[in-house]
Design a protein around this ligand. Structure first.
Ligand code: FAD
Length: 289
């Protein structure tokens, strides 16, 4: 006989937060990571060692809105909902379309991708180049944390047991004049876990680089970014000369340390990652826009 589990599904966010404050529970949004993580034998329900609390239906966690220049995305918006939302940048939609298949996109949420903190989480490189901030809510109030502080390693996040990720805030997603790219290399165009992910962001003033950011996914325990390297490129003119590109690529050759696993080899990941960086830094494509 299947073991009994305790599950909560409150109508409101405040009730959910109050339960989380009383009892350490496993949060389930879409469940597409949780159910896989706790799966048992065929035909046997997953074993989750804590009471569970469902949050996917909470309307407070499903809003998408613009506040001044910031884009706020409710953590429990599913990928399919985001694909249908006109406020979501096209490049984020491009990333979402590479995730799983429609059935998973109908359940999986952006907040779940962040809190699962997988090195291969497909939205993460883009959220990092957008300098995403995370709004965490508990009975004690709200706090805002940069995504790069929140994600600390493979499936390690800086969340208190009584907190829920309420919103993902993108400060620069709606600004004009920035070029943002996303590339994912997997076994096929969608429904494949990334071997390498890459996102790049560049804003020019004429030919001068005013802001630039680039991030690799799936080549380390968490996203790989070098703010120092980005600073070094500020004020340079595009197209960059070959020696400037070679210098950045050589630094990342040292920083990127991928692993061999069932999906790819370390050497393939590194070669492809550096090629994507070289392609991004060539930047000629932006000059024709
Ligand atoms: C067949 C299949 C294919 C997949 N393909 C891809 C893919 O191509 N790319 C990819 O990136 N991922 C993929 N995934 C993984 C998964 O679908 C995504 O990571 C998805 O975004 C997880 O969202 P969720 O709502 O289902 O998370 P859940 O499984 O509900 O939760 C994931 C984790 O986050 C926590 N959590 C969720 N929401 C919150 C919140 N608001 N506040 C606090 N904690 C929270 C949960 O407690 C749990 O620890 C795939 C999964 C499956 C099963």
């Amino acid at each position: 006989m299947a073991e009994k589990i305790i599950a909560y599904r409150f109508n409101r966010l405040d009730q959910t937060l109050s339960q989380l404050n009383k009892e350490n529970c496993a949060i389930i949004a879409g469940g597409t990571d949780v159910m896989v993580m706790h799966k048992s034998r065929r035909g046997v329900p997953p074993k989750i060692p804590k009471p569970i609390v469902f949050i996917d239906h909470l309307s407070e966690l499903k809003r998408v809105y613009q506040n001044q220049k910031d884009l706020h995305i409710g953590a429990c918006c599913t990928y399919s909902e985001l694909l249908g939302n006109p406020l979501i940048p096209l490049v984020l939609k491009k990333a979402i379309k590479t995730i799983a298949a429609p059935a998973i996109r109908n359940r999986g949420t952006l907040g779940g991708n962040v809190c699962n903190a997988s090195p291969a989480g497909d939205t993460l490189p883009l959220l990092y180049v957008y300098n995403a901030k995370l709004l965490l809510r508990s009975v004690k109030g709200d706090r805002i944390v940069p995504i790069s502080d929140f994600i600390q390693g493979v499936r390690r996040i800086q969340r208190e047991p009584n907190e829920i990720l309420a919103e993902i805030i993108l400060p620069s997603a709606l600004e004009e004049g920035a070029h943002v790219v996303f590339e994912k290399v997997g076994n096929r165009n969608a429904d494949a876990i990334a071997k390498v992910g890459f996102a790049g962001y560049i804003r020019l003033n004429g030919y001068v680089i005013e802001d630039v950011r680039f991030v690799f996914g799936a080549v380390g325990p968490t996203m790989v970014r070098s703010v120092d390297m980005e600073k070094m490129l500020l004020g340079k003119t595009v197209p960059l000369v070959d020696s400037e590109i070679a210098q950045v690529v050589a630094s990342f050759d040292k920083i990127i340390n991928p692993i061999d696993d069932q999906r790819s080899t370390a050497i393939y990941r590194k070669t492809v990652g550096l090629n994507l960086l070289r392609y991004f830094l060539s930047m000629n494509q932006y000059l024709n826009d």
